[in-house]
Design a protein around this ligand. Structure first.
Ligand code: FAD
Length: 459
């Protein structure tokens, strides 16, 4: 079979633009269609998460398409979590005991622009903006669009159609509405929403707080986090219940209430956010949800990827990373079965779905860990021990966080299984006083390994 099929990709966000680039590199003719204007030409909406944590799985996807080094120029390495206590004290918990392991803060539009620029350099990629997909003819790999510039209806088709149109996917909706096959779909919302606020750069362009960390203000029910940007600013995200809480989006309705809440919960952060009140009321409040669905493809013609197939909550910093990893996994399956699209699509889902289900569940776990446990003594003791294991015995131990974030060769489902068992093992041993100081670090590690394998065996 020739490699020259025409592929219509709907959604030129992070996943769609990387997918387009990779498939073009493989010789396919790509039409990449995006609902929004070309983000390289206009200023984007305020309040859309403007930076993201990029880690090894995502970098692997960028490497595959030859853009890793260019992307790294947009990155600020973050070595660990900087925890901000209510009393203003801070402490840094490193992400890993291995010094080379860190995550990166990267600009969402910056990375998207880089990928679009790379796509544009390919003679076999056509980019179309301002074209919102309305409906898909799944069997025909054809879709109807509204051209937002002219208001016209436009029909585009390919030999194959990929839906990378994000969590609210129109392609997925067409699959959901199809009566010709059974389509399973679940959407679970958290009771919390999010809102973004800015810590501007200091006068003269410096950072107002430590730039080498992801900052967290854990407060049990709610939480603030901040990631650095190259221009010296930080993007701060507030995670707060929508309702039914002393402080929630429903009752923070006046500037005075917003200031009272922030001064009480995040006094050190308030000083860094001069536009807090304006931004609180100007910026949108976003919901946070998990979407799972199946099948991801139909008729050997249409396939969902990225958030369109598996949107997750952002607490492991893995949504984009997983979407980039989708491209890597898809590329491997494509290499194996090139020419047989029905097989490629079904095998891809077969290999991949258990892993995206796993990261979806891990991300919800991490939501509770970040807001409730990161500041607790037991959690900190566990992290200290894990960091010591990773530092002293780097080839013998990986925490759950390391397995998920820095071990791109271990599938998410495996990372989840091993990581959860380890967590349980260490917490059990610590709580039962079975890791006393009289033991050497290696003896402690052996105990943790033994307990972990017993837990894995019982499961
Ligand atoms: P998107 O990036 O949403 O792209 C979809 C594209 O399709 C968009 O350009 C959209 O305009 C377009 N589109 C939508 N509908 C249509 C249509 N009908 N027709 C044509 N085009 C359409 N992930 C991480 O890895 N690390 C993080 O730190 C992180 N932080 C996050 C923080 C927050 C608050 C949120 C909400 C998410 C975060 N994520 C993070 C997740 C990450 O943003 C997503 O997983 C990632 O953007 C998925 O990429 P995508 O291309 O599948 O979808």
């Amino acid at each position: 079979m020739s490699k020259k099929e025409n592929i219509l990709i709907i959604g030129a966000g992070l996943c769609g633009s990387l997918l387009a680039l990779r498939l073009a590199q493989r010789g396919y003719n790509i039409t990449l269609v995006e609902k929004r204007p070309d983000l390289r030409k206009i200023e984007q909406d305020a309040g859309r998460s403007i930076n993201l944590a990029l880690s090894d799985r995502g970098l692997r996807g960028l490497r595959l398409a030859g853009v890793e080094e260019a992307a790294k120029k947009l990155c600020i390495p973050m070595q660990g979590r900087m925890i901000h206590h209510e009393n203003g004290k801070t402490f840094l918990t490193r992400y890993s005991g291995r010094s080379h392991e860190h995550i990166n803060s990267v600009s969402r539009p910056g990375l998207n622009m880089l990928l679009l620029d790379a796509c544009e350099k390919m003679p076999n990629v056509k980019l179309l903006f301002n074209m919102g997909c309305e409906e898909v003819d799944l069997k025909a790999a054809s879709a109807s669009f509204t051209d937002h510039t002219t208001g016209d209806k436009v029909q585009l088709s390919g030999d194959l159609l990929f839906g990378t149109d994000g969590a609210g996917s129109a392609v997925r909706k067409s699959m959901f509405l199809s009566r010709d096959f059974l389509f399973s779909f679940s959407q679970n919302w958290l009771t919390h929403g999010y809102k973004e606020i800015t810590i501007p750069a200091a006068e003269g362009g410096g950072f107002r707080t430590d730039k080498d960390a992801l900052h967290i203000w854990p407060r049990g029910e709610d939480m603030l986090i901040a990631l650095p940007n190259l221009d010296g600013s930080f993007t701060v995200t507030l995670f707060l219940p929508f309702s039914d809480s002393d402080y929630c989006f429903d009752n923070l309705t006046t500037p005075a209430m917003v200031m009272k809440y922030f001064k009480k919960e995040y006094p050190d952060a308030v000083q860094l956010m001069p536009n807090l009140v304006e931004e609180f009321f100007e910026n949108p409040t976003g919901p946070l949800g998990t979407i799972k669905c199946s099948p991801w493809s139909c008729y050997g013609k249409t396939l969902l990827m990225g958030d369109a197939a598996h949107a997750i909550v952002p607490f492991y910093g893995q949504g984009m990373n997983a979407s980039f990893e989708d491209v890597v996994v898809f590329d491997e399956v494509l290499e194996q079965y090139e020419g047989n699209w029905p097989k490629i699509f079904s095998e891809y889902e077969n290999v991949r779905k258990k892993d995206t289900d796993a990261i979806a569940d891990l991300a919800v776990d991490n939501f509770h860990e970040m807001k409730e446990h990161t500041a607790s003594d037991l959690f900190q003791e566990k992290r200290r021990l894990e960091l010591q294991f990773e530092t002293e015995f780097p080839s013998e131990y990986n925490s759950k966080y390391s397995l998920v974030t820095f071990n791109e060769n271990i599938p998410y489902s495996e990372a989840m299984k091993r990581g959860r068992a380890q967590d349980k093992a260490i917490l059990n041993l610590l709580q039962d006083g079975k890791l006393p100081d009289s033991l050497s670090l290696h003896e402690k590690l052996e105990k943790v390994k033994k307990e972990t394998s017993e837990i894995l065996h019982d499961d």
